[in-house]
Design a protein around this ligand. Structure first.
Ligand code: PMV
Length: 324
């Protein structure tokens, strides 16, 4: 019998410039580059054990043995990584999120980032951050941005080899906070994998993609200069462009709930009073309210008591995916 094990920890991320639509669905090569911030406080912890006596692959998520599409997706990723060592030994994956399951917070980014690092380590492979990011991308596109630290950019690249994320700034470069207003706790109805496949059916997607180089540049500069007003303007524009594409795809995807829109409008009105605050939404109704951490008290109080907000989760800029 031979056994080997490794444990990795990864944070999810919130996209400031969003990824939506693949030019190669199998390789998850995106239509446009994207920028995000890792979310500390939230984490996925994944232990991978390879053992020559295991008769099959097993995947436990938050204490529950997985089957069906969730297991298949993990096995597909394991096969990719096992292929790098040319082995077929089965594995037991034991993964836990410290954030509430079904709180509408995407766990695929942190999940595939942690799974990639734990698996390559258990396989005894020495892999650069760039290659880790490329490999994590194959499991879930946004996972590649959770590999490096802090504020990260995923360059769309021209092929599998150069489509990866790198760090634009370390976590302590800018003390931003993301107060996630949980509006719905259920799983989203259309997964992002299905959503990416619909992006090209929207007549607005081509314009969103064509303008992405400009938005990326503005966002990168805003982070480098720690210019909150510039960041606020570009992340809200980008989020609205993403949702405009979703709402105009066939079939149309509506992720916003009435409370999401009410909070979006409230954030705008708070900003008009001089408060540095902005919001962005991924493929779900929960509103990520972004601000400088020095304003935490003032802003989280307003969100906590906002009608339709069931819960809030406060996060700061997070670190890279690492081994335990
Ligand atoms: O990595 P995926 O397939 O879960 O896609 C993420 C899509 C968005 O969250 C909507 C945008 C993004 O860039 O994270």
């Amino acid at each position: 019998m031979s056994t080997s094990t490794a444990t990795a920890v990864a944070c999810p991320n919130i996209a400031f410039i969003k990824y939506w639509g693949n030019r190669d669905q199998a390789l998850r090569l995106p239509e446009n580059g994207s920028i995000s911030m890792n979310l500390a406080e939230l984490e996925t912890r994944t232990r991978v054990t390879f053992d020559t006596t295991f008769p099959l692959d097993m995947f436990d998520l938050n204490g529950k043995r997985q089957s069906g599409p969730a297991l298949d997706r993990v096995i597909k990723h394991l096969n990719l990584l096992r292929g790098l060592r040319g082995i077929s030994t089965h594995a037991h994956i034991f993964s836990e999120n410290n954030f509430p399951t079904g709180a509408g917070i995407a766990s695929s980014a942190s999940g595939f980032a942690a799974l990639t690092l734990a698996t390559v380590s258990a396989l005894g492979l020495e892999i650069s951050e760039v290659d880790l990011s490329r490999l994590a991308r194959r499991g879930s596109g946004s996972a590649c941005r959770s590999i490096p630290a802090g504020f990260t950019e995923w360059q769309k690249g021209i092929n599998d080899l150069d489509s990866f994320a790198f760090s634009l700034a370390a976590p302590d470069y800018w003390n931003l906070a993301d107060c996630i207003a949980v509006i719905e706790e259920e799983e989203k109805k259309t997964s992002s994998t299905e959503g990416h496949a619909l992006a090209s059916t929207s007549p607005l997607q081509a314009a969103r993609v064509a303008d992405s180089i400009r938005r990326l540049e503005i966002c990168r500069n805003a982070i480098q200069k720690r210019d909150f007003d510039a960041l606020a303007a570009i992340i809200e524009l980008d989020s609205n462009m993403l949702h405009a594409v979703m709402m105009t795809s066939r079939p149309a995807l509506y992720y916003w709930e009435p409370a999401s829109l009410n909070l979006i409008k409230a954030v705008q009105s708070w900003r008009k009073t001089g408060l540095g605050v902005a919001c962005t939404l991924d493929a779900g109704p929960n509103v990520h309210v972004i601000f400088e951490a020095s304003d935490t008290e003032k802003i989280t109080q307003r969100i906590k008591t906002f009608p339709g907000v069931r819960d809030v989760i406060l996060c700061h800029t997070g670190d890279k995916t690492h081994l335990l």
